[in-house]
Ligand binder design. Sequence first.
Ligand code: MG
Length: 254
Amino acid sequence: MKFLRYEYQNFVNWGWLLEDNIGKIEGNIFGEYRRFEANIPLSEARLLPPVKPSKIICLGRNYASHVAEHQVDVPEIPLIFLKPPSSLIGHGGKIVLPPQSKQVEHEAELAVIIGKTGRWIDPEKAEEFIFGYTIANDVTARDLQRFDGQWTRGKGFDTFCPVGPYIETDFDSSDALITCKINQQIRQMSSTRDMVFPVEKLIAFISSIMTIEPGDLILTGTPAGVGQLKTDDQIEIEIEGIGRLENIVVSKDG
Ligand code: MG
């Protein structure tokens, strides 16, 4: 099933998608809820980030191909960092280039949505904690990331975490194609099978450090082909079996 959050006629709601129509949901999508008839045309609603996470946990260097292009080593244990929830935007939202950076880059990624609270989760049991999947762009000010040595500033600007368009609960993360196009040109294309650490191991590792909660997002890392974004760029990230996330880039003044 596909879950989403949307704004329609000045109301914000959770919803579910049936072909090109949205049905309202009342209640908690991670607990008890009620679905209503799908009678709102998708084209008339504004899509919002499909989750409200307590935290966004991201993986660095989780595809060998991306590690190679940055001439660093594949980590022996997962390398994690956080993005603030204030960086989230939805499908159709605008990525704002901050004036502090001269090198903002896209990173197409598969994102996991956690469905229940957990700590010290076994990899074999990790599946039980997955609610669904969506598409994310771990937008990065590469020059600031390099300058600082730690990544909070380079990864944390407002609008630097586009996610969506919706949550797909029926998805196999073991071998799905990820494609990123900028202005119709393919920049990134890879399969999730090339991840260094698969989703189950990531959930086990992260939950050995912090409690994961319903709605938390895990961005699983990006494959090779990251590149610079410029004003007016149109970004399309597609993951086979989920859908397509589209965003545009604007300058501070735009
Ligand atoms: Mg990334």
